[in-house]
Design a protein around this ligand. Structure first.
Ligand SMILES: C[S@@+](CC[C@H](N)C(=O)[O-])C[C@H]1O[C@@H](n2cnc3c(N)ncnc32)[C@H](O)[C@@H]1O
Length: 383
């Protein structure tokens, strides 16, 4: 099955049933999260949104993502009607192509099963890296199949939670496995039928930032232990979709590369020219603002240094917010030949096509710099 088939499949699943008005949360979520203080949460494969709503009602700010546009639109409506619209951001993502920006205190993935090929280990590794120190990743999978499931392949063997954990190959000094087990429960199907099923539960706690190195010199590069490569996006055929998907891919990549990088190395010059990891993202924030929002920039060189008082999370958050505003502008733009908001002094404003192409080139170039700088800092690799 292709990505397009996956979208059709899951949109079909949700469109075939009425929108849920009060979807229930998964019990393993409520059991695990009740003891945690609210923060920022990410729900991967949110479906009807029972988990996202429950979290929002308990004070969490939730980013809920799903491949199905039907599910995402329904959840956004539902959150508004339940009075938690400002605490739930419902975003459409095919997790084989893109991963939400930002750092999170809780990430959950309940029954992220699909008939389409999905490299779940890569998705969950990205999730583990998107956790803030102190954050938790809860993965609940099927251990057995309910009689009403779309998957009636009797030969299917679900990986055990230990196997899932081993696939993630996470550094034990930074991530600790808190729970691996396979509880049984009585499940109720859509038609009221009940059956005993097994769940596979994995709970991972990010205990620390990746260990900092003592010097920023080539001789201190730790051995690379894993690679978190996200493949380039598969896109529709239109020029706009292609340009925007590749720009989003690079934006996500560089923000993830900066997120969680240790202080003070994240802002320390790694080469004589002064280039540093946090400064690159700060600079790109100004490039996005200038190009898509028309904000003037007087000293481009100064943008390569993030304000000393701003933490990594603040700089990453500002980049993400700017990207959202730039995307709002691009969403409203139907003609790639249209000019971007501001004419450069003495020159006509470039077209949206030129601006998108330039941003892809600029973000890609700095994402490559960021790859090298991050590896120099703590050995983290992958794109
Ligand atoms: C079995 S449902 C589970 C839904 C929900 N987490 C729950 O516990 O009820 C799997 C969900 O994953 C979503 N999904 C499947 N493949 C996906 C992908 N590649 N990217 C994002 N979501 C995906 C589906 O649309 C569906 O909502």
């Amino acid at each position: 099955m292709s990505t397009a088939d996956a979208v059709t499949f899951w949109d079909g699943v949700y469109a075939a049933r009425p929108a849920a008005t009060n979807p229930r949360p998964n019990y393993l979520l409520t059991e695990t999260v009740s003891r945690l203080s609210p923060g920022d949460a990410l729900d991967l494969g949110c479906g009807d949104g029972g988990d996202a709503l429950w979290l929002a009602r308990r004070g969490w700010h939730v980013t809920a993502v799903d491949i199905s546009a039907v599910a995402v639109a329904r959840l956004a409506d539902l959150a508004r009607s339940h009075g938690v619209g400002d605490q739930v951001v419902a975003e459409r993502h095919d997790l084989s192509e893109s991963f939400p920006l930002g750092g999170f205190d809780l990430i959950c993935a309940h029954y992220l099963h699909t008939p389409v090929d999905l490299d779940k280990a890569t998705v969950l590794r990205l999730a583990a890296h998107a956790l803030r120190p102190g954050g938790r990743l809860l993965v609940v999978d099927h251990g057995s199949t309910a009689p009403w499931s779309w998957n009636q392949d009797l030969d299917v063997e679900y990986p055990t939670p230990r196997e899932v954990a081993a696939d993630l190959a996470l550094e034990p000094a930074t991530w600790r496995v808190e729970r691996v087990d396979a509880p049984r429960r009585i499940a109720t199907g859509p038609d009221g039928r009940t059956a005993e099923v097994t769940d596979h539960v994995l709970l991972i706690h990010r205990t620390a930032r990746a260990a900092p190195t003592t010097e920023n010199t080539v001789s201190t590069i730790p051995l690379r232990k894993r690679r978190d490569d996200t493949p380039p996006p598969r896109t529709g055929s239109s020029e706009t979709e292609t340009l925007r998907a590749f720009l989003d891919y690079l934006r996500t990549s560089i923000a993830a590369k900066v997120d969680g990088a240790p202080e003070p190395q994240v802002r320390t010059a790694a080469v004589p020219s002064g280039t540093n990891l946090l400064g690159l993202l700060n600079h790109l924030t100004f490039v996005e603002r200038s190009m898509f929002l028309g904000d003037p920039v007087t000293d481009w060189q100064a943008t390569f240094q993030a304000p000393p008082a701003d933490s990594v999370a603040v700089v990453v958050g500002r980049y993400r917010a700017t990207v959202e505003r730039a995307n709002d502008f691009l969403d409203g733009c139907t003609d790639l030949n249209a000019p971007v908001p501001r004419a450069r002094p003495g020159r006509p404003a470039p077209s949206v096509r030129w601006a998108l192409t330039h941003l892809i080139e600029e973000t890609g170039r700095h994402a490559g710099h960021a790859d090298i700088l991050r590896e120099l800092i703590d050995g983290t690799t992958g794109r």
